[in-house]
Ligand binder design. Structure first.
Ligand SMILES: [Zn+2]
Length: 140
């Protein structure tokens, strides 16, 4: 796969809204999110960020930050884009075609604001990632 394929597959596997929540930017009642840009002047006013698919955008005209999950992580973890991509690739990604023969090497749980498990991303060896969900207490 090319880097572009990797990137698209990675972004497709990530729920951007969940990632905002996980990073401490909970959804407001109006459906918007706080801005992850540390240089954004937080005024306590209405959260300025909307999420459209795999892209987010801050509507504050003095900020105008936008991007994907990669850019979000770059902001929140103070990484450059390449580092953020590598970090996200470790956490989430694309299903493997031969998952049954793969070995789980890492599990990344995602929870909602109440700490309830939403899903887990499992890292597989050889290379690959898979999401699994909890249904009635059982991972599927
Ligand atoms: Zn902003």
């Amino acid at each position: 796969m090319t880097v572009t394929d990797d990137r698209d597959a990675l972004l497709a596997a990530i729920d951007l809204a969940d990632m905002f929540e996980a990073k401490g930017f909970p959804k407001a009642r109006n459906g918007m999110y706080p801005c992850p840009n540390p240089n954004h002047a937080q005024t306590g006013a209405t959260p300025p960020v909307n999420i459209d698919g795999h892209v987010w955008h801050c509507h504050n005209p003095t900020c105008d930050a936008s991007g994907t999950a990669i850019d979000l992580l770059a902001y929140t973890d103070r990484l450059d884009v390449a580092e953020a991509f590598a970090e996200l690739s470790r956490r989430a990604g694309t299903p493997t075609s031969n998952g049954s023969s793969s070995r789980v090497t890492d599990v990344y749980p995602y929870t909602d604001e109440h700490g309830e498990p939403l899903f887990e991303v499992v890292r597989l060896d050889p290379k690959g990632f898979r999401q699994r969900h909890t249904v009635n207490g059982a991972l599927v």
